[in-house]
Each structure stands twice: as structure tokens, then as C-alpha cells.
Design a protein around this ligand. Structure first.
Ligand code: 1GP
Length: 243
């Protein structure tokens, strides 16, 4: 049997799924909240619609992410994408890295400096990257992203500005957009904004933060999200917390 030498990249596979109308659900595993001891329980309770596992957190010790990804890979067969809080969370064990730039904020540390640190590591490993414009939007509560990055979320009152930031990310080379309301947000990203960003940027769109109910996830998909991310809802349902 001839082995396929050039399998489709994670981004091309995702784009193909988008063309086919297949919506994606990523379950976010934060290594700070779910260590290897709790992993089997979480992985055995993944929602049926799960298509991807995201791994990442706001403050994770070096090496922890890598070990957790290897453990996930031993237990399940989903593609694992790193959703990094910083450059320490990069591991060649993943299928892809969301190469984020926090374009909603004005902190150079999260616009280019962490990326420079990441680049130093990436040149020495074979890890597929998906350049992603990451936009933190006001979700009604102070988020870990805002606290750690010392940036303000963008206000919902000025959707044109949010569209322009997303487009600026596109012109700078982003291949996808992540609209983030913040982990545990009171208010998820409004469907009107999802719809507007999708229509006006036409990029693969990830939406997360504060999504708890199936109905909310379906509404986000219907509004134009290509991939929805959930973390807190599953952690709470399973009472998963190390802290
Ligand atoms: C956080 O968007 C993700 O970065 C998921 O948010 O934990 O609120 O599901 P939740």
C-alpha cells in the first residue's frame, strides 16, 4: 500500500469542512485546571459534537502542556490544537498551533514579543501554525485574558472597530479570527457580531467564551462561527478543578 506523503494540513482540512458546512466544536483543556489525573474523566465526557481538543491556559508552567498533549494523544484520536497563553506552551506533540496575536489590545508583549519567543522554538520543530487574529470582546465580566495581558476588551458598542481590527489582522496575514468573550464570560459573543465578522472578513471564524447551553452553541454556528470553543461548561459539569 502506498502511504500518502502529503496529507492535508489542519487548516486545509478545516477549510474543506467549512465548505462542506461541517461545524466544529473544540473542547478547551486548561492544564491548570485539568491535570493528567483528571484527564480520563474529562475525555470520557466529551460532547458528541466534539471535533477538536484545544490545550492552553493563561498561566501554565513550562513542560506541562507538552506532557498533557502526549497524554491526550494516548487516550483519544481528536486533532489537538494548542491555544497558547504564552510562548512556553508550545509543543511538537500537537497537530497545530493557533499562532495568536492579540489584535484587540495594544500590548506589544502579546502582539509581537511572545510571537518572537515562539518563533525561536518553532524553527527547531515541525509544528503546523495557523496565524490567528485574537480579539477579546467585552463579555460582561473581567476575564483572565484581560488580567494577564493587561489589555482592555473591545466594546460591543463599536462593531465597526471590531470588524476593522479583524480585517487588519487579515491584511497582516491572519488565516483565521478568534472572537473571545473570555473564559466563563457572563455574555457570550452576540450572534449579530459573529454574523457581521463572518460576512465582512470571510475568514475561518472561531468563537468562544461563556457558551454553556447547546442552544447557544447552535446559535453561534448558525450566525457564522465555523468553530465554537467550550471550556468552563464542561469543567463545571464534571466538577473538574485542581485549584
Ligand atoms: C476561553 O473561549 C474559551 O478562552 C472558552 O471559554 O471557558 O467560557 O467556555 P469558556
Amino acid at each position: 500500500m502506498i502511504e500518502m506523503k502529503n496529507p492535508m494540513s489542519p487548516l486545509d482540512r478545516w477549510k474543506t469542512d467549512i465548505q462542506k458546512g461541517k461545524k466544529q466544536l473544540a473542547v478547551l483543556i486548561d492544564p491548570d485546571k485539568c491535570g493528567q489525573d483528571l484527564l480520563p474523566k474529562l475525555l470520557s465526557h466529551l460532547p458528541e459534537a466534539t471535533t477538536h481538543i484545544f490545550v492552553g491556559g493563561s498561566s501554565v508552567a513550562p513542560g506541562v502542556t507538552h506532557n498533557l498533549i502526549e497524554a491526550i494523544k494516548r487516550l483519544v484520536d481528536f486533532p489537538v490544537w494548542i491555544f497558547p497563553g504564552d510562548a512556553e506552551q508550545i509543543s511538537p506533540a500537537a497537530d497545530a498551533l493557533l499562532f495568536l496575536s492579540l489584535v484587540s489590545g495594544d500590548n506589544p508583549e502579546y502582539l509581537i514579543r511572545q510571537q518572537e519567543r515562539a518563533a525561536t522554538q518553532l524553527r527547531a520543530m515541525d509544528l503546523f501554525t495557523i496565524a490567528t487574529g485574537y480579539l477579546l470582546i467585552d463579555g460582561g465580566t473581567q476575564s483572565a485574558v484581560a488580567r494577564v495581558t493587561k489589555t482592555l476588551p473591545m466594546a460591543l458598542s463599536d462593531p465597526d472597530k471590531i470588524v476593522n481590527r479583524a480585517l487588519a489582522a487579515f491584511y497582516m496575514g491572519a488565516k483565521s479570527i478568534y472572537l473571545e468573550a473570555g473564559s466563563g464570560a457572563k455574555n457570550p459573543i452576540p450572534t449579530t457580531l459573529i454574523n457581521r465578522i463572518k460576512k465582512q472578513t470571510a475568514m475561518p471564524l472561531i468563537v468562544g467564551g461563556g457558551l454553556r447551553e447547546t442552544q447557544q452553541i447552535e446559535s453561534a454556528w448558525a450566525a457564522g462561527a465555523d468553530m465554537v470553543v467550550i471550556g468552563t461548561a464542561l469543567e463545571e459539569a464534571l466538577s473538574l478543578t485542581n485549584s
